[in-house]
Design a protein around this ligand. Structure first.
Ligand SMILES: [Ca+2]
Ligand SMILES: [Ca+2]
Length: 213
């Protein structure tokens, strides 16, 4: 028995117990792998609830007259995608923040397993991905320096509680002071909520919590 066939048999002991190891077992292994690669139609996640901190203020959403999308963490054109065309993406879920000074603001999102996405950990095995980091005036010149964006792609996000935190990392020498941060959440291509939270230098605030299933 070759090593490869032995491994296939280990994985498919039921099939191997009935078949010889010269061909059918490896055939079966190949069939299983190919089946796993077939894309599945996945139901989008659904928002159960969203609760902002008492310090956050809801931004009214008015889609009677959608306007052109700009890169501001608001779904201006009301298609359920936050800042489409700005160079960062959506997916099963999207959390986007923008802010109004040259400060460096950091976004943290903690999922149901307690794993936190941020600049320190830009991806998780469950499909979470930090796909845009802004450093305000602390970084070298970059596009959308006052935006951070996290999205879930590849596989459906796990159901459960998600917590969104903001941290005022630094004033970046020449700018900063009190900073207003806009936070938007989209779940299954629908806007779950949009809020503004004011932050002082050094503050870290849990700005909202949402539940999906
Ligand atoms: Ca949009
Ligand atoms: Ca926008």
């Amino acid at each position: 028995m070759t090593k490869r066939v032995a491994i296939a048999c280990l994985l498919l002991s039921l099939a191997c117990s009935r078949r010889g190891v010269d061909g059918p077992a490896t055939e079966t292994a190949r069939e299983v792998v190919e089946e796993e690669l077939i894309p599945q139609v996945v139901e989008p996640p659904v928002l159960v609830s969203i609760v902002p901190a008492s310090s956050a203020t809801e931004i009214p959403r008015d889609c009677r007259q959608p306007v052109e999308e700009t890169c501001n963490a608001i779904d201006d054109d009301c298609d359920g995608v936050i800042d489409d065309g700005c160079g960062y993406g959506t997916g099963f879920m999207q959390v986007t923040v923008s802010w109004d000074t040259g400060a460096d603001i950091d976004l943290y999102v903690t999922g149901p397993l307690g794993d936190t996405l941020s600049f320190q950990r830009p991806s998780t095995p469950s499909g979470g991905l930090v796909d845009h980091l802004g450093r305000g005036n602390c970084g070298s010149s970059m596009e959308n320096a006052r935006i951070e964006n996290i999205r879930w792609v590849g596989e459906r996000p796990m159901g459960g509680i998600y917590e969104v935190e903001l941290r005022y990392w630094g004033e970046c020498i020449t700018s900063g002071g009190p900073t207003n941060v806009t936070v938007s959440v989209a779940v299954g291509r629908q806007i779950a909520g949009q809020y503004v939270q004011s932050l002082l230098p050094g503050e870290r605030v849990r700005v909202l919590r949402f539940v999906v299933q």
